[in-house]
Design a protein around this ligand. Structure first.
Ligand SMILES: [Zn+2]
Length: 432
């Protein structure tokens, strides 16, 4: 293949039209998207003198652009070595076969004259062993009188998206699960994206705020979403990348609207809280414990120097967030919730966010990983998804000057600990 040869994209509908045609060959219309130096098969001759347009789904914007510009040819080959030759030539860049030899393999090829002929061959009988070593039922050719070379041609596969993981990752199981994400800021939006990417079937987003200019730096959303409610913009964003997942937006404040939040907690399998501040995290801890649902709480502390991810499980073995903080307080550790609030106790004024954007995404993705591992282990019995503890502290830009257990000294370090049993005096846990 030479650099100047066209790169051809063949949408699934073109594949189906060629494979389903009773002809042994016909014409193709390619459309050139010149900015991307790309040819797309946009029409196929399926019956004598009947050329049908190729349907390209709307989301494939680049494949729908450009102008019809070049005629090409498709040819069904008899079972022969044409596609083996294609494979071998592709592996030796710069090599070609002579036009007369190609014409023996593919008798229907037109003489290109002084021009470049573009030919797509279809070998429906290609043996599976050749498919396994990399040959394809469709092959592209750059045909010149001086020689014929293999051409880049990308064929839309039958399966794209999450279904490509079928049999390798439990997408069917996770499709039945749901997670509520509280807080759609930097960490929460990354967590939501990761949950969808893991295949969680339904993600319910809770955040009352709009997406504003200063949010752009650290968010999965971009300028197109400025001014919109975060949950609505995230729903559209996730729908583009993960069309099979259901995203339910809720413009709610987890504290002020707790009575609307309770039924959501009841119907999901797990709550992931990425809202910062004392009150939201306490409310999530309390509501999820009462609903007997596991919760994952994710945040960054000490101006983004460390990340913290906590897993709360409603069992007599493990206490709630308050129990954990009381336990750490007894050890003179940092008060993590208070650290997230400039004005201790008001729950309103947050410290200016100084964390680095990818660090926040890392913590969000990490929290989603623990959420999915929890679902797989507890609901689907997947023991490869056990995690090392209930409390993870992650080194992002650690200075090493915090009291234990936050005294990490190295970036990338993850310190795991358990969390204490419920405290006898805990209002959340003692109600059980
Ligand atoms: Zn408790």
């Amino acid at each position: 293949m030479s650099l100047n040869d066209p790169f051809i994209m063949m949408p699934g509908d073109a594949v189906a039209k060629i494979a389903g045609s009773a002809l042994s060959g016909g014409s193709l219309v390619l459309r050139l998207a010149s900015a991307d130096d790309l040819y797309v098969v946009r029409a196929v001759e399926t019956a004598k003198d009947t050329r049908l347009p190729v349907e390209v789904p709307r989301e494939y914007a680049a494949l729908r652009s450009g102008d019809p510009s070049r005629a090409a040819q498709w040819i069904r080959v008899a079972p022969n070595d044409a596609h083996v030759h294609h494979l071998l030539l592709s592996r030796r860049p710069g090599t070609a076969i002579e036009f007369k030899d190609f014409k023996e393999l593919v008798p229907g090829v037109s003489d290109p004259g002084r021009n470049l002929g573009v030919v797509v061959t279809h070998d429906p009988e290609l043996p599976p062993e050749l498919l396994e070593v990399g040959a394809s039922k469709f092959a592209g050719w750059a045909v010149r009188r001086s020689g014929v070379q293999p051409l880049h041609i990308a064929i839309e596969p039958e399966t794209v998206g999450l279904n490509q993981l079928a049999g390798r990752w439990p997408i069917e199981q996770l499709a039945t699960n749901s997670v509520m994400v509280v807080g759609c800021g930097s960490i929460g939006s990354s967590a939501a994206e990761a949950l969808a990417g893991y295949g969680v079937g339904r993600v319910e987003l809770v955040d009352p705020d709009r997406f504003l200019w200063h949010n752009m730096l650290r968010h999965t959303l971009g300028a197109e979403s400025v001014g919109r409610h975060k949950v609505a913009a995230m729903k559209d964003h996730l729908a583009q990348h993960w069309p099979q997942q259901t995203v339910v937006p809720h413009r709610l404040d987890v504290v002020a609207d707790a009575h609307y939040i309770r039924p959501i907690v009841d119907r999901v399998d797990l709550v992931l809280c990425a809202a910062d501040g004392i009150a939201p995290r306490r409310v999530v801890s309390h509501l999820s414990r009462r609903a007997r649902k596991p919760a994952i709480l994710a945040c960054v502390l000490d101006n983004g120097s460390i990340g913290e991810v906590i897993r709360l499980r409603p069992t007599p073995r493990f206490g709630c967030l308050l129990c954990l903080r009381q336990h750490l307080g007894n050890q003179k550790a940092m008060d993590a919730e208070a650290d997230q609030e400039l004005d201790y106790g008001t729950g309103n004024v947050h410290q200016p966010m100084t964390a680095v954007p990818p660090d926040l995404r890392y913590v969000g993705t990490f929290a989603a990983k623990l959420a999915v591992a929890t679902l797989l282990e507890s609901l689907h019995g997947d023991h490869t998804q056990q995690i090392p503890g209930e409390h993870a502290i992650i080194g992002l830009r650690p200075a090493g000057d915090l009291a234990a257990p936050f005294d990490l000294g190295q970036a990338g370090d993850v310190r795991w600990a358990s969390i204490p049993e419920p405290s006898a005096s805990c209002a959340t846990c003692s109600a059980e």
